[in-house]
Design a protein around this ligand. Structure first.
Ligand code: BEZ
Length: 359
């Protein structure tokens, strides 16, 4: 959503850290092809305590993965954190892990760049054309939209939170918990302070919500002089994007304001430019990148990507989706992202035969 997304190789899961290491040169190549910097590499600082598992994993598991894969990082004590970064009143048990390859992705720059490359390669872009159905036959797929019907030999569906309407005729859905995440920008009041991109890990407060926070640095393409700061949580969760309110959650803003007051130096506690964005999550917090669910006839003509904070893997996922569609198999292991892994696909009408017709 918005202007900023994270790029990082610091992951709790070894599979994702390895995939990030493979994706890193792909971002470099995209920057070279476009002649433009797309990632501001201020590094990623994880700090706090070693919590139970969170949507961003844990501090210690990420450390173990970095040690195993020989990813360079620096460990800091609570005192060093406050010396080197503009944080204050950090508990003495806090520690930090700084990994220099992390950075803020210029979302609009990447989208513009991909549109440009796609147009140069002969692709036609149609926007504002709601897709109402996909019907795969053995040799082609019909894509029905509010304006027209298109026939293609293969279809790649990257509908994110909006995927399930397309699967409903096949009696299934992907088990998406859709978080409506609230974010806001906060003015940097002291121009001498510089923040990296960061995650703060702490125990869930007794009053509820979360103490997992994140922050982006001030970057030239996203409200310079302001930081995007938020709690990595959503008070508003639903299983359908139709429930989106577009209203920032007061509870989430208050958690963030309180954390700024307690721990950040040189930053206003007053939110501005608030917004919400949808992130669809599957139960294991991973991604889905695979053919359509098994109940979809001729499923290997339809390739799907959904779930998770996946923008950082855009160059890798683009390649894998292309390979599945064109070669029928991916050039790297994608089993952890399988749509057939337990808990991902839900039968809408258990016990009933599927009735969807094919084109
Ligand atoms: C991300 O871009 O991956 C991200 C950003 C904010 C919160 C969580 C994840």
């Amino acid at each position: 959503a918005d202007f900023c997304r994270m790029w990082r190789v610091m992951y709790t899961g070894e599979y994702y850290a390895k995939m990030a290491l493979e994706t890193s040169p792909m971002w470099d190549k995209l920057e070279q092809d476009l002649g433009e910097k797309l990632i501001d590499k201020s590094g990623l600082l994880n700090f706090g305590i070693d919590t139970p598992d969170t949507p961003e994993g844990t501090m210690e598991d990420a450390k173990k993965v970095m040690q195993k894969l020989k990813i360079p990082f620096t460990q800091l004590t609570s005192a060093q954190l406050m010396q080197q970064y503009p944080f204050k009143n950090l508990p003495s048990e806090y520690y930090g892990l700084y990994q220099a390859n992390g950075g803020t992705i210029n979302v609009q720059g990447v989208l513009r760049g991909y549109y440009k490359l796609a147009a140069t390669a002969g692709a036609t872009m149609r926007s504002g054309e709601w897709v109402t159905g996909i019907s795969p036959s053995p040799t082609y797929v019909d894509v029905e939209t509010v304006k027209s019907t298109y026939r293609a030999s293969k279809v790649i569906v990257c509908a994110g939170a909006y995927l399930n309407d397309l699967l409903a005729p096949y009696g299934v859905k992907v088990n998406l918990q859709i978080w409506e995440m609230t974010f806001a920008y906060y003015q940097v009041l002291d121009p001498s302070v510089t923040y990296p991109m960061w995650f703060q890990f702490d125990d869930t407060p007794a009053s509820g919500g979360s103490s997992l926070f994140y922050g982006f640095p001030s970057v030239p393409w996203a409200r310079p002089g302001y930081l995007r700061l938020a709690v990595d949580y959503a008070a508003h969760v639903s299983d359908s994007p139709i429930d989106r309110t577009n209203v920032p959650a007061v509870q989430d803003i208050h958690l963030t304001m309180d954390n700024i007051q307690r721990h950040m130096v040189g930053v206003s506690t007053q939110p501005t430019q608030m917004g919400t964005c949808l992130v669809p999550l599957v139960p294991d917090n991973g991604y889905v990148l695979d053919f359509a669910p098994p109940s979809v006839p001729n499923r290997d003509n339809v390739v799907i990507a959904t779930a998770g904070w996946a923008f950082k893997f855009a160059p890798m996922f683009g390649k894998l989706l292309y390979e599945l569609a064109i070669d029928g198999k991916a050039s790297r292991d994608i089993t952890p992202m399988a749509i057939t892994r337990p808990g991902v696909v839900v039968d809408l009408y258990p016990g009933e035969a599927k009735t969807a017709s094919t084109a």
